[in-house]
Write a protein that binds this ligand. Structure first.
Ligand SMILES: Cc1cc2nc3c(=O)[nH]c(=O)nc-3n(C[C@H](O)[C@H](O)[C@H](O)COP(=O)(O)O)c2cc1C
Ligand code: SF4
Ligand code: SF4
Length: 275
């Protein structure tokens, strides 16, 4: 099956999903000798109008895994992207705990939106909550795997004659998808960190970097120390603030962060690719 353009289309608050998805898409464009385009829907400004693709497009669609699923507040936007017969490669990126049903959910959502999924993958990226869990991922080995996988996708697509008997690419996960992963506290009890927001130190110099990069538009542009909107704990502001002025101090959140770091740092998980 010929394609005329390769796209990368992604949500990536701290950049790991972007790195892997772009590596794959650029390699596919290079192999096919076709142009490359990018749709970054990380910030609200870029989620005004869902993109529409067409037959002849091959689109790597990437999201991180939040609570074992596609981030729930981003899912409606992903569902509104119009495939119009384009081929898609769903990609999820997770922080070395598990991707649970996220890849299945992304695959199903893209198929329902008019894409034909031809391959899929789950890769590993540094966990949003800190610097220790899945530190340095994606690393050289992950990106080499992304490049190799792109080559395999290219060969598979070349061999597709038509979509008369198309079925969605096989991926691992429950179908229908299961419940969201629930964080637990010191006694193993379920904890609810949905309302937790980052605090801001006096060192904030109001540069507004965090306001411009918050995927939820949650930070007050008049006073970036305040977060009146919904916070998804993506940590873009914490990791990106040039003054390192943002941090979480909620005890339940901090317990959960240390707990998953202790439980899931080893063994190192490796990318899983489906063709
Ligand atoms: C709210 C939230 C929930 C997360 N849930 C999971 C999870 O269930 N399993 C996992 O391994 N990583 C989880 N992560 C980590 C991210 O999937 C991982 O760090 C990813 O690389 C972030 O992608 P980004 O850099 O593109 O934002 C979670 C991160 C956040 C912010
Ligand atoms: S990025 Fe940091 S220094 Fe800049 S406004 Fe936000 S908190 Fe303040
Ligand atoms: S305020 Fe919350 S949602 Fe916004 S960038 Fe910071 S951690 Fe992410």
């Amino acid at each position: 099956m010929k394609f005329q353009k390769v796209w990368v289309c992604f949500f990536s608050a701290t950049g790991t999903t972007r790195k892997i998805a772009e590596t794959m898409a650029r390699r596919l464009a290079q192999q096919g000798g076709v142009p490359f385009g990018a749709v970054d829907f990380t910030t609200p400004a870029h989620r005004q109008t869902p993109p529409a693709f067409s037959e002849g497009d091959l689109v790597v669609v990437g999201t991180p895994v939040y609570a074992g699923r596609v981030p729930n507040l981003i899912l409606p936007f992903v569902a509104a992207i119009q495939g119009n017969g384009a081929m898609a490669v769903p990609l999820v990126v997770y922080g070395n705990r598990a991707y649970d049903d996220a890849l299945m959910e992304l695959r199903n959502t893209l198929e329902a939106g008019g894409f034909r999924t031809v391959a899929g993958a789950a890769f590993i990226g540094e966990h949003s909550f800190g610097r220790a869990l899945a530190a340095g991922r994606p690393d050289e080995s992950d990106l080499a795997m992304a490049t190799r996988f792109a080559g395999q996708v290219f060969s598979k697509v070349e061999g597709i004659e038509n979509f008369d008997n198309h079925s969605p690419v096989f991926v691992r996960g429950n179908n229908p998808v299961g419940p969201y992963f629930r964080p637990t506290g010191p006694q193993g009890q379920a904890i609810d960190i949905r309302k937790v927001k980052p605090q801001t130190a006096e060192t904030c110099n109001r540069c507004l970097w965090c306001v411009q990069h918050c995927p939820m538009g949650a930070i007050d542009p008049e006073d970036p120390r305040q977060t009146p909107g919904i916070c998804i704990k993506c940590n873009a502001c914490v990791k990106g603030c040039p003054q390192q002025a943002k941090a979480f101090d909620d005890p339940n959140y901090l317990f959960h962060k240390d707990d998953i770091t202790a439980r899931y740092s080893a063994p190192r998980k490796e990318p899983e690719c489906f063709l």
